[in-house]
Design a protein. Structure first.
Length: 203
């Protein structure tokens, strides 16, 4: 689709260039040779100049687009792996306590992820004090297991792992970001298999 648009844009640019060259040649020669005369030499000179300029602009635009596409392909993509696990911790009997939320993280992209910070919110206790998990870097194809988010409740709360929503951000090696960590996604649909027909009846 993008190649078709590029070809269409090039055709329109050439047509516009031809019209401009003919108009310049006609305007320059109409006062000396009549209304229907076109100075072909002047038109060719103008066409060469404009064509060279357009070619340089097109080459620069193509180089910029290629660099942007390459950077996008090299972007890291972090996903939460497995099912987060919740462990209750109570240091003192008279305190409301808290716990630790364990989870895994994997870089499924093509570039390293830097400055990773993962936190969570608890629907059972919105006022809970959350200490996020922080990772300096995660290279492509590697995962970090047993990451921990510390949770301290302000009041007595019976929380479960399902009550926590994990979220986080990271940057790429060029400093771009922050990008969100994927915690929920829709997998690609599998090819539709034909339904089996009725089994043959033994005679």
């Amino acid at each position: 689709m993008r190649s078709r648009r590029s070809v269409g844009g090039a055709v329109l640019a050439l047509a516009f260039l031809a019209v401009v060259c003919i108009a310049v040649g006609h305007y320059a020669a109409s006062g000396h040779h009549g209304a229907y005369y076109v100075d072909a030499s002047l038109a060719a000179t103008v066409g060469t100049a404009l064509g060279t300029t357009l070619l340089a602009v097109f080459a620069a635009l193509l180089a910029w687009t290629t660099v942007q596409e390459q950077r996008e392909r090299d972007r890291p993509v972090l996903v939460v792996t497995g099912t987060p696990m919740w462990m209750v911790i109570r240091l003192k009997k008279e305190e409301p306590g808290g716990g630790r939320l364990f989870f895994g993280l994997e870089n499924v992209g093509l570039g390293p992820a830097l400055g990773i910070e993962v936190t969570a919110t608890c629907t059972a206790a919105p006022d809970a004090s959350i200490t996020p998990a922080v990772i300096a870097a995660l290279t492509p194809g590697y995962s970090a297991q047993q990451l921990v988010i510390e949770v301290a409740f302000q009041s007595e709360t019976a929380a479960r792992a399902a009550d926590f929503k994990i979220e986080g951000t990271f940057n790429d090696r060029l400093g771009r970001g922050p990008y969100p960590i994927l915690t929920e996604w829709t997998p690609r649909p599998s090819p539709v298999q034909p339904e089996p027909g009725p089994l043959p009846v033994a005679s």
